[in-house]
Design a binder for this molecule. Structure first.
Ligand code: ADP
Length: 468
């Protein structure tokens, strides 16, 4: 983390461990993950780890020392009662099991909204998008509803099997992809061209529920496969985009400038539709390829991708790609805005997966509420470390900001109950120049540490002038 200017009076640890608003004491956090987020939290000045059930601090391996005390001010672990925390990076399972029985104080912050699955389960995401598309068509017309044409035709199985079969027959020869609705990392996915190719799946999964002892079949989605992906070096890729939602009502959305493109290991071809190394871009899948080279990896930074598209096509073409991604983010969040249980304690850091087709049209593949925070190499670690630190910077439990910032580190505020416009003269990305452009800089240059120093200095000056 960069050295930041501290606002006097904030965050000076006085060892006051009383519950209640943070004020002048350390920030107590719990974390149930043992990956980059834990490193970030442990290195954060003035933050103190507390243990308890379902925390990394309680899952130390035998022989492993307690949390490191970092040079930047990281802290030692304190045992506390379960409600004695200010910030909790919890897993979804814990939230589902416990949230409804908890009483949170005004200032406490916790990862995940209670029913985040409305957006992150593949079947529900599509159901919500279809509903908003229909409503938009009804209220604003066909043209407006076309802005929702960013997700491939999708049906839920087994419930929509018969509608799917009708659609299948209308489009002979095209390729479909089958995906378990609630699994991740490419598990259980397969491609097919003929209905008979899913006979085995049907036998196993799609049986009438006549036998009362039979388990409910796992829900799948069947989706039109994008047969013409945009290729670089003959390989397919998808783009991981980090999005932070701090409120659903009003909707407030931050978009991270950096992310990455994940490439498949083998050259793209439609001849071998059963080959996961060709058709799936999940790192979890690709790293099992026999010829996978961990040094070469299979990732490009989003900045590199934007530069490539700008050089190969034009700045305008690249801008359209990234504007299309903004549209996907906003429309998808709006599709659940009235459904997600808004809660001032909750926030969500989503990992969006977007695929480009050969015409440079972006397609939404899925949205993750627990994007992988385990790094696959040094660059990946630095990226994730920066994103997570900036999540904490935006949430600002230290109360160092004014609350009016449009940019915090690598995050830009793109929606604040309506579109956010870029400030005048914002030329950070050569294609985003005028004052009427959106405050969105995905794939643009990000000098996050310098920017953080500047906003903290400005916020401190403002607070001083207000106080005097
Ligand atoms: P998981 O949650 O298991 O990662 P995804 O829906 O993200 O499932 O799909 C895994 C991968 O499969 C994606 O990263 C993408 O490369 C590929 N994929 C998924 N859906 C499609 C599609 N409709 N067309 C083309 N490729 C797809």
């Amino acid at each position: 983390m960069s050295k930041i200017t501290r606002v006097p009076g904030y965050m000076q640890s006085k060892g006051n461990r009383n519950r209640g608003p943070i004020g002048d004491r350390e920030i107590r956090y719990k974390c149930s993950m043992q990956n980059t987020i834990l490193d970030v939290l442990r290195a954060r000045p003035g933050w103190q780890e507390v243990s308890g059930p379902n925390t990394a601090a309680n899952q130390q391996q035998p022989g492993q020392k307690g949390p490191a005390t970092s040079s930047t001010g990281g802290t030692t672990t304190t045992k506390t009662s379960d409600g004695d925390w200010d910030f909790y990076w919890c897993d979804r399972e814990w939230l589902h099991a416990n949230y409804d029985t908890m009483f949170l104080q005004e200032h406490q912050k916790i990862l995940h909204f209670r029913n985040h699955y409305e957006l992150t389960r593949k079947n529900l995401m599509v159901k919500n998008l279809k509903r908003l598309r229909k409503q938009t068509e009804r209220e604003m017309g066909k043209k407006e509803a076309e802005s929702f044409d960013f997700f491939p035709t999708t049906y839920e199985l087994p419930s929509e099997y018969h509608i799917f079969v009708e659609e299948f027959k209308k489009n002979p020869g095209i390729i479909w992809i089958m995906k378990p609705a609630a699994k991740s990392q490419g598990r259980g996915i397969f491609l097919f061209r003929k209905l008979k190719d899913i006979t085995d799946w049907k036998k196993g999964e799609y049986q009438p529920l006549t036998d009362p002892n039979r388990e409910v079949p796992e829900t799948y989605v069947v989706q039109r496969y994008i047969e013409n992906p945009y290729l670089i070096g003959g390989r397919k890729f998808d783009i991981r985009v980090y999005v932070l939602v701090v409120s659903y009502n009003p909707l407030k959305v931050w978009l991270y400038r950096s992310g990455f493109a994940r490439f498949s290991n083998s050259r793209f071809s439609l001849d071998s539709i059963e080959d996961a190394y060709v058709h799936l871009t999940n790192v979890a899948v690709q790293k099992t390829a026999p010829d996978y080279d961990p040094d070469k990896g299979c990732k490009w930074a989003t900045q590199q991708l934007r530069q490539y598209l700008t050089a190969k096509h034009s700045a305008d073409a690249a801008r359209k790609v990234f504007q299309g991604i903004d549209n996907i983010i906003i429309k998808s969040l709006q599709s659940v805005q009235k459904i997600i249980i808004n809660d001032k304690h909750c926030f969500e850091m989503y990992g969006y997966d977007v695929l480009l087709d050969s015409k440079l049209k972006p397609w939404l593949i899925e949205i993750n509420a627990s994007p992988s925070l385990t790094a696959s190499g040094k660059d990946d670690y630095d990226l994730k470390y920066g994103v997570l630190n900036d999540v904490l910077n935006v949430l600002d439990l230290e109360n160092r900001l004014t609350g009016k910032e449009k940019r915090v580190g690598g995050f830009d505020l793109i929606w604040d109950d309506g579109p956010v416009l870029a400030d005048d003269g914002s030329m950070e990305c050569s294609v985003n120049g005028s004052s009427t452009t959106a405050n969105s800089f995905l794939g643009c240059h990000s000098e996050r540490k310098k920017q953080l120093r500047e906003i903290y200095t400005a916020a401190q000056a403002l607070k001083k002038s207000v106080a005097s």
